[in-house]
Design a protein. Sequence first.
Length: 518
Amino acid sequence: MKKREKKNPSGMDQFKKKSNGKKKVKWIILAIVLILIALGVHACRNATKKAFEVLQNMVSTDTVSTRSLIKSVGATGKIVSVSRKDVTTEFNSVMDVTDVFVEVGDTVNIGDKLVAFDTSDLEEDLEDARNALKRTQSSNGLSLSNSKRNIEDTERNRDYTLAEAADLVAEAKKAYEDKLKQEKELEDARDDAEDDADDAEDVYEALKKQLDATVSGPDAAAITAYEALKAKVDAAKVAYEQLDQAYQRSKEALQDYRDSEVVQKALDAYNQAVRSYDNTVASQDSMIASAKSGYTQTQLGNDTTSQQRAIEAYEKQLADGVLTAPVAGMVTHVNVEKGESYSPAAGAVVTIQDVSAFEIEAEIGQYDISDIAVGQHVLIKTDATGDEELEGTVIKVSPVASQAAATGSGATYAVRISVDTPNDRLRLDMTASLSIIVTEHENALTVPYNAIQKDEAGNTFVEIPGEDGVNNEKKYVHVVMESNYYTEIQKGDLEEGTTVIVIDSTNDYLQFFEEAGF
């Protein structure tokens, strides 16, 4: 941070200066009141008039000046370490402390021994737990083996039963197909006989027509030809009638076959075999599912998770038999002594803090917290470092009020500040006075805080002493920023070096005396 000139007091110094001025006026007023009481009101009007004139002469002046102006929030905080580690154990019961390797103020590295405990009982408990787990696992293994064998037996039985049912389906299907084939053969025989009868009928009809068209002549040759043709007609008729009878027999045989419902019965037997096969499949699948469910239930019943967790818990506790440092730093608290018993309810065994660097914890009131932000510069003073002003940075601002500090006087918010200036005189838990720089303006045109006044309309102005020493001149100004002692105004009619009247609490008392008739 840029070094500031001596003429520009810090936030803390400005506040002290302003407070001291008020105290001086109060003591003077108190002295006047005591004089009035001693002399009596009527007997001391002349003295009061002179005191009044003294007070009037005490109204001070200052000049408009250019300076680096700081607006800050004051607070008090506590020096803390950058990080803190409370070393605890996994123990579930009271343990005897056999050795303590550190004491408060020791510096430790990661892995250094801190405290040793008597873990003989834990070792016995761990061995018992491991043996119990082995027995359970052995018993579980036998149960699972039996359940698995039951599944295998059920699957083999299923395969055999389904194979038999499938053979019955195949036989019923073949019988049905054979009956269909026989029906087809009868149909074919009927159709062939019908065709043969039709052909014979056609031959007969053709010869008959030829015979009808032939006339037996007078000569022997004509008679012979006619008789020969007639013989062919008769033979054709016989052949036709024989073939027609064969067709009728084939037709009747087919009808008798169908009337016997042989094919339908074979089909019903086949369908019944299929249904029986499907039922067998469902039944066998159900048996296998039941066997597998039994295996799963055996697995669930054989769960050793709780036993394994108990073993893991014992192992974790044994790992803390010799407690070691998980971080590097300084030992700031030891909660046990050699030969004592330690209860987990007692909390941390050892506390280690990183004191390579420091931070400050502070509580900021609800009226100022909105002005605080991460990254703001902080001026720090402690009793140990005297007048030296250390520097820091706001690194964390809590978004919620601290429950412990949210009292009837108003909520406060936790703020954490890094200490950026190294100093070997700092120690943990020291009190630090803070001035958090909210805003900083370079080359600001300023007047004292009490030089700013307001008229009835709320406009701000300053007064410049009149040339006659009585009538002051008003100069209206625009306020840019206020600090604890100085106020920045916008550059206008006022120039650097202009004298302005500083109004303090004295004027309130002057008004009181005027109204009282003194």
